[in-house]
Design a protein around this ligand. Structure first.
Ligand SMILES: [Zn+2]
Ligand SMILES: [Zn+2]
Length: 256
C-alpha cells in the first residue's frame, strides 16, 4: 500500500471509531442504561423505528468516508506546509493553544449556522438537507446522517480554519471529540440539562437537545450547532423554545 493509502486507512479507522464510540456512548448511556430512569426527560415520548436507526447509521458510514477523505486533505496540506500543525506547545505557547480550541469551536458554530441556513434554501433542502431531516424524531446515530454533499460542506470547515489558525494535535482531537459528543447528544431525544438551565450561564449560551429536537420536528428555526447566539441575534429561535424546555425539565420522574 502506498504511504498515502496507509495514512488514509489510519484516518478512516480513527474517524469510524470516533463515530462508533461517540454516538454509541450516548446511545448506550441514555437509550439503554438510563432510558427508563430518564423517561420523564424524553422530549418526544415515542422512539423511532429500527429501520430509521439503520438508515441513520448507513448515511453516517458514508459521512465517515468523506470525513476521512477530508482528514487526508488536512494531512496533505500539513505535509505541503500550507497549514501548521505543531507538536511543541512552546512553539505557540499554552495561552494560544488553549484559546485556539475555543476559537475553533466558536468559528465552527458560526460556519455551521450559515451553511445550515443555506441548506434550508428550497433547492438545497430538497436535494441535499432533506436526508438529515428524514429523522423527525432522531436517535444519537443521526449525528453523522448527512447527504454526501452536506457531509463535505461540514468537513471542509477544518482545513479552511487551519489555513488561518495553527493547531496542536491535542486541540484537534478535543475539537472533534466535542463535536461528535455534542452532535450525538443533540440527536438523543433526551433533555439532560438541569431545570431552568436555559436561564442561567453557561447553559443559557449552549444549544440543548430540546433546541435541536425542535429543529427536527418543525424545520424552520433553531439552526445553531453549539451556541444559541446566532439564532438569538438573527431572530431564528423558536419563541416557545424556553417554554418547551421548561415543560420537559419540570416533568415529574415516573415511579419505577
Ligand atoms: Zn440534526
Ligand atoms: Zn436543518
Amino acid at each position: 500500500m502506498s504511504e498515502l493509502g496507509g495514512v488514509f486507512v489510519g484516518i478512516l479507522i480513527t474517524d469510524l471509531l470516533r463515530y462508533l464510540l461517540g454516538a454509541g456512548l450516548v446511545f448506550l448511556v441514555l437509550w439503554k442504561w438510563l432510558g427508563k430512569r430518564l423517561a420523564h426527560r424524553r422530549i418526544a415520548p415515542d422512539y423511532p423505528p429500527r429501520q430509521q436507526l439503520r438508515r441513520e447509521f448507513l448515511y453516517s458510514m458514508s459521512t465517515v468516508l468523506i470525513f476521512a477523505s477530508n482528514g487526508l486533505l488536512v494531512y496533505t496540506l500539513a505535509v505541503g506546509g500550507h497549514i501548521t500543525i505543531y507538536r511543541e506547545i512552546s512553539d505557540f505557547g499554552w495561552l494560544y493553544t488553549v484559546a485556539s480550541l475555543f476559537i475553533l469551536i466558536v468559528l465552527h458554530d458560526a460556519y455551521f449556522y450559515w451553511t445550515h441556513r443555506a441548506l434550508h434554501s428550497p433547492v438545497l433542502f430538497q436535494s441535499v438537507h432533506s436526508v438529515h431531516h428524514r429523522s423527525r424524531n432522531p436517535s444519537p446515530w443521526a449525528a453523522y446522517a448527512f447527504h454526501p454533499l452536506e457531509a463535505a460542506i461540514h468537513a471542509v470547515f477544518l482545513p479552511l480554519a487551519l489555513l488561518l489558525l495553527p493547531a496542536h494535535p491535542v486541540v484537534l482531537f478535543l475539537f472533534v471529540i466535542h463535536m461528535v459528543l455534542r452532535n450525538a447528544l443533540g440527536h438523543s431525544g433526551f433533555e439532560i440539562y438541569p431545570r431552568d438551565a436555559v436561564r442561567h450561564w453557561p447553559w443559557a449560551w449552549l444549544t440543548s437537545t430540546t433546541h435541536h429536537q425542535l429543529h427536527h420536528e418543525r424545520f424552520e428555526a433553531n439552526f445553531g450547532l453549539f451556541f444559541v447566539w446566532w439564532d438569538r441575534w438573527l431572530g431564528t429561535e423558536y419563541l416557545d423554545y424556553c417554554d418547551v424546555f421548561d415543560t420537559v425539565t419540570k416533568r415529574q420522574k415516573v415511579a419505577p
